[in-house]
Design a protein around this ligand. Structure first.
Ligand code: NAP
Length: 248
């Protein structure tokens, strides 16, 4: 049976690096994306060019019907064994007393609900309780979960704090059902997220303050994620791994 991995937000950044590594380790990959079809198709083409299998599926992780469609695409490819809950957003730097309810709702819907819904669908397929054969889930937290990001985006930090609690609770909930659930906490990583959040110079501005005096790459984070999903991490569950170059 073909082993399938689903990566939310797989079109760019850390998610795209995960798609490439999971394909290289023999998975057929569902590359979910929100709107950037060209980026998603480029990831799919790169995997196909290297002899792998991938499909791009548009969908918003916070919309239940979209999440169901992503998993139906996975079911058509083979047996789901891995989920990377990677899609996430930040917003403009702001204090809490400046944040609109629209901002908060979007942040928590995408970053929190948008991780719960894919996890629910993955468990329905992987859990031995539901007739499945097990699998792995990795959630994307952030160093911000422990730093709090005051004056920048406490809402984002809190959404990642929720991901930490989600990871610990879910890991224990399904540990006896063949599913391992872990998280990574990236530090400052060179991706588009800083520009998308309205702070394009962030990496250059904070670089000198980082313990290793450099930002991380998407591939460095993806290497940790794919290790957590692999059999080499067979006794690791409920873990939250800092991939932050010593920050946080
Ligand atoms: P990125 O480069 O901005 O890419 C974001 C990805 O998520 C894109 O593929 C985007 O799709 C997708 N996406 C956004 N909203 C979505 C939605 N509602 N539904 C489905 N997909 C959606 O981000 P990144 O830096 O790689 O970050 C990936 C994860 O790591 C996030 O959870 C982020 O919070 C976390 N993280 C990042 C850093 C960092 O410094 N980069 C640090 C700590 C944690 P489109 O291409 O279609 O827009």
């Amino acid at each position: 049976m073909i082993r399938v991995a689903l990566v939310t937000g797989g079109s760019r950044g850390i998610g795209a690096a995960c798609c490439r590594l999971l394909a290289a380790s023999g998975h057929a990959v569902v590359v979910n994306y929100a709107g950037n079809e060209a980026a998603a198709q480029a990831v799919v083409a790169g995997i196909a060019g290297a002899g792998g299998t991938a499909v791009a599926v548009r969908g918003d992780v916070s919309v239940e019907a979209d999440v169901l469609r992503m998993f139906e695409a996975a079911d058509r490819l083979g047996r789901l064994v891995a989920l990377v809950n990677n899609a996430g957003v930040v917003d403009l730097p702001a204090r809490v007393d400046e944040m609109s309810v629209e901002r908060l709702t979007r942040m928590f819907s995408i970053n929190i609900t948008g991780s719960f819904l894919p996890a629910r669908e993955a468990i329905r397929r992987m859990s031995t309780k539901h007739g499945g054969q097990g699998g792995g889930i990795v959630n994307l937290s952030s160093a911000a979960a422990t730093l709090g990001a005051p004056g920048q985006y406490v809402d984002y930090a809190a959404s990642k704090g929720a991901i930490d609690s989600f990871t610990i609770g879910l890991a224990r909930e399904v540990a006896a059902e063949g599913i391992r659930v872990n998280a990574v906490r990236p530090g400052v990583i060179d991706t588009d997220i800083h520009a998308s959040g309205g702070w394009p110079d962030r990496v250059a501005q904070v670089r000198d303050s980082l313990p290793m005096k450099r930002e991380g790459t998407a591939e460095e984070v993806a290497q940790a994620i794919t290790w957590l999903l692999s059999d080499a991490a067979s006794y690791v569950t409920g873990a939250i791994l800092n991939v932050s170059g010593g920050r946080g």
